[in-house]
Design a protein around this ligand. Structure first.
Ligand code: MRU
Length: 355
C-alpha cells in the first residue's frame, strides 16, 4: 500500500491460489473465498462475489491461469483447445464491463505463443494486468484531484474503490487523493439501488479509511444539489464508447441530468481498459438486465407483492454532452467527443463512422 487512505484489497493471489473478498456479504461479514477453477471464477463474477469493471477484468485474467493449469495437467498437448470452454464461460459472465473482454484478449495474446507449461507466463501477465490497474488508479487519482477546488464536497454513485478495482479505485481513487491533499472534505454516497453498492460497499470502504461519508437515498440527490451541498459528481464507468458516452451503474444518467440542471460538475474516472473505441455510440453497449429478485427484495426481505413484474437494467448510458471531464491514466479529456477520445486512445474511428 502506498498511501494511508489505501488499506483494502478485494483480489489476492497467494500460494498459487486466487482469493476473492465476498462482496455479497459486506459490510456485515468479511469473508474470502478460494477459487480453484475458471468455472468457479465465472460463477463468482456472475454472482457478484467480485464486481466493478476493472476488478472483473483482473479476476478473469487469474481465471485464465486456473483454466490453463487444469487443462495442461490433463493433457499438455491439447490444453489450448480444452481451455476454450472455460474462456467462453468467463467471457459471458457479465456483458457490460468491457474490461472483461479486454483482459481475456491480453491473456489470449500471451498463451497463443506459449510452448510448455503455460502457468508461469500467464500468471505473470495476470499480475501485470493487476499491478497496471493499481498504477493507473494512482495516476488518475492525482490527475482528477488536481481538477477539484480546495474544500469541496462531492457526490458519488455505486462503488468504484479498492473493492471494484485492483486497488485504490477510479472515482474513489480521485476522492482518496483529493481527501489526502485537502481538496475533498466531504463525500456523499448514493445508496445505489437495487444492489446497494453505495450503502454496503462505498460507505464501508470510506469508513475503513476514515474518509467522511454521508449516505443518501438515490432520490435525495436532486435536493442535495439544489441545496448546493456538492460541487462535483465523481463516478466510474463500465464502458466508454468512441464518442465519449459512458455506461455505468443504473442511476448515473439521472445524476448527470441533475448535475447539469444545478450547475454541478460531472467527472468520469476510468482506465483506458474501459474505453471501447470499436463502438461508436453508447446505444451500442450491451446493457445487462439482472434478476427480478434484486428489485423484489431489500436486504433479504420481500418488499413487493408476489409475482410483481420487474425491469432491472443494471447499467445506463450517460451521453457525452452531460460529462465535463473524463479522467484516464493516459490523460484528461474535457468536454469529451469522438475526436478527443480517438486522439487519447491513438485509434481510428470505428468503421461505421470513419468514411
Ligand atoms: O454491477 P457492478 O457493481 O459491477 O457495477 C459497478 C459499476 O457500475 C462501477 O461504477 C464501474 O464498474 C466502475 S468501478 C471502478
Amino acid at each position: 500500500m502506498t498511501n494511508k487512505y489505501d488499506t483494502l484489497r478485494a483480489i489476492r493471489w497467494d500460494n498459487d491460489q486466487l482469493y476473492l473478498l465476498d462482496q455479497r456479504k459486506l459490510p456485515h461479514d468479511y469473508e474470502e473465498i478460494e477459487l480453484n477453477t475458471a468455472t468457479d471464477v465465472a460463477w463468482a463474477i456472475k454472482e457478484m462475489v467480485v464486481r466493478g469493471a476493472p476488478a472483473i477484468g483482473i479476476t478473469a485474467a487469474y481465471g485464465v491461469v486456473l483454466a490453463a493449469r487444469r487443462a495442461y495437467s490433463e493433457n499438455p498437448n491439447t490444453w489450448k483447445v480444452f481451455i476454450e470452454t472455460e474462456l467462453n464461460a468467463l467471457m459471458h459472465s457479465r456483458p457490460t464491463a468491457v474490461n472483461l473482454s479486454w483482459a481475456l484478449r491480453r491473456m489470449r495474446s500471451v498463451f497463443n505463443h506459449i510452448e510448455g507449461d503455460p502457468e508461469p507466463l500467464l500468471l505473470q501477465e495476470a499480475h501485470n494486468i493487476h499491478q497496471e490497474d493499481i498504477d493507473a488508479n494512482y495516476a488518475m487519482g492525482a490527475a482528477g484531484a488536481a481538477l477539484l477546488p480546495i474544500n469541496c464536497s462531492v457526490l458519488t454513485h455505486c462503488n468504484t474503490g479498492s473493492l471494484a478495482t485492483g486497488g485504490y479505485g477510479t472515482a474513489l481513487g480521485v476522492i482518496r487523493s483529493g481527501y489526502a491533499d485537502g481538496r475533498v472534505v466531504q463525500v456523499f454516497a448514493d445508496e445505489t439501488r437495487p444492489w446497494f453498492q453505495g450503502a454496503r460497499l462505498t460507505a464501508w470502504e470510506l469508513m475503513q479509511d476514515k474518509i467522511p461519508v454521508t449516505l443518501l437515498p438515490d432520490s435525495a440527490a436532486a435536493t442535495l444539489m439544489r441545496q448546493k451541498k456538492v460541487q462535483w459528481v465523481i463516478v466510474g464507468a463500465d464502458r466508454i464508447t468512441a464518442n465519449g458516452d459512458v455506461a455505468n451503474k443504473i442511476g448515473t444518467y439521472s445524476v448527470a441530468v441533475l448535475a447539469r440542471q444545478h450547475g454541478v460538475k460531472f467527472m468520469v474516472v476510468a482506465p483506458s481498459s474501459t474505453v471501447d473505441i470499436q463502438l461508436t455510440h453508447g446505444d451500442d453497449i450491451p446493457i445487462e438486465e439482472r434478476p427480478a429478485i434484486e428489485v423484489l427484495t431489500a436486504v433479504g426481505q420481500q418488499v413487493a407483492p408476489d409475482h410483481a413484474t420487474v425491469w432491472n437494467p443494471s447499467f445506463d448510458v450517460t451521453p457525452a454532452e452531460l460529462i465535463d471531464v473524463i479522467v484516464t491514466e493516459r490523460g484528461v479529456v474535457e468536454q469529451p467527443n469522438m475526436e478527443k477520445m480517438l486522439s487519447l486512445m491513438g485509434g481510428h474511428a470505428p468503421a461505421a463512422v470513419s468514411a
